[in-house]
Design a protein. Structure first.
Length: 299
């Protein structure tokens, strides 16, 4: 369960402040669990695995990652293949956080591996930080809550208003996840930063050709710049390239853990790789972008 219970969380029903309360007071949850509740009486019990589901109403049209996709991602990232990327994200974020009561939002936290490295990096530098991890997939948050028990892990749809107070967050990280620029700008403090990671042209090209992974959309960088331009100014951009030499099961996990997992069965990917010699070689190509809120003085 989270080590920090003083976070700027908002009730998704009434927008009142959400605070941690004694889950056993009402007798509806097991000992050791927690509940988030507001003064209007809306409450959300922690799932057995440690995350909270704040989704209310009709739900979301966004397609969540399946249990199989999440397992593939957990296995692949657990072997530290993308460790260099996680360290680059942490290096971009940690200098931006405040020295006291720092808060980081990991939007689209997935299995929590990138946030784990960020939290460890901040702690090693003597800069403790509270963290909120959002994801639409309950399967992902089951993993994230175990990996990052000190964070508050929430099932949430990033296209809805974020359950966080205005100007309450030092940094927002978005690694291969949907982006909601107006909401990110709203929750960021004036000195805050938004760190976005996207794939570049040629990302995993060799494995994509073997397995039927979706290609990188043309013009994606232009659309990203246009979407961010109303709310953010680009402060820095850097590329992270990671050569990969994988076993066939690792290559299958890599293909299945992304968008291909929504339209291909894992067995299909495994079959397409079964005649390939090991190691299966490819290169991951990422772009890391750091944005600062626009027109802070006038906001």
């Amino acid at each position: 369960m989270p080590t920090s219970t003083d976070l700027p969380l908002l009730c998704p029903v009434c927008s009142g402040q959400l605070v941690f309360s004694d889950a056993n007071a009402g007798g509806s949850t097991a000992p050791g669990q927690h509940r988030l509740a507001c003064t209007s009486g809306h409450s959300f019990d922690a799932a057995r695995q440690g995350y909270f589901n704040l989704l209310v109403g009709k739900g979301t049209a966004f397609e969540a990652d399946t249990a199989g996709m999440v397992e593939a991602r957990f296995n692949f990232l657990g072997h530290a293949h993308y460790r260099r990327l996680a360290e680059a994200v942490a290096a971009a974020v940690v200098p931006c956080i405040s020295e006291e009561r720092a808060v980081v939002l990991d939007s689209g936290t997935g299995t929590g591996h990138y946030l784990r490295v960020l939290l460890d990096t901040a702690a090693a530098q003597g800069r403790p930080v509270s963290a909120v991890g959002l994801d639409i997939s309950k399967f992902a948050l089951r993993r994230a809550a175990r990996l990052n028990p000190e964070a508050v892990n929430l099932v949430w749809d990033v296209w809805q208003p974020l359950p966080l107070a205005n100007r309450s967050v030092d940094a927002v990280t978005v690694v291969f996840a949907p982006r909601n620029p107006p909401e990110f700008a709203r929750v960021l403090r004036p000195t805050g930063r938004l760190v976005v990671v996207t794939p570049r042209d040629g990302h995993l090209a060799e494995i994509a050709a073997m397995t039927g992974m979706l290609a990188i959309e043309e013009g994606k960088d232009v659309r990203l710049a246009a979407a961010m331009g109303r709310h953010f100014d680009l402060e820095a951009s850097s590329d992270v390239d990671i050569p990969l030499a994988l076993t066939r099961p690792e290559a299958a996990d890599l293909a299945f853990m992304g968008p291909a997992g929504h339209h291909l069965e894992r067995r299909e990917i495994v079959e397409r790789l079964e005649d390939r010699a090991e190691p299966v070689r490819t290169e991951a190509k990422f772009r890391l972008l750091v944005f600062r809120p626009k027109n802070v003085a006038a906001a």
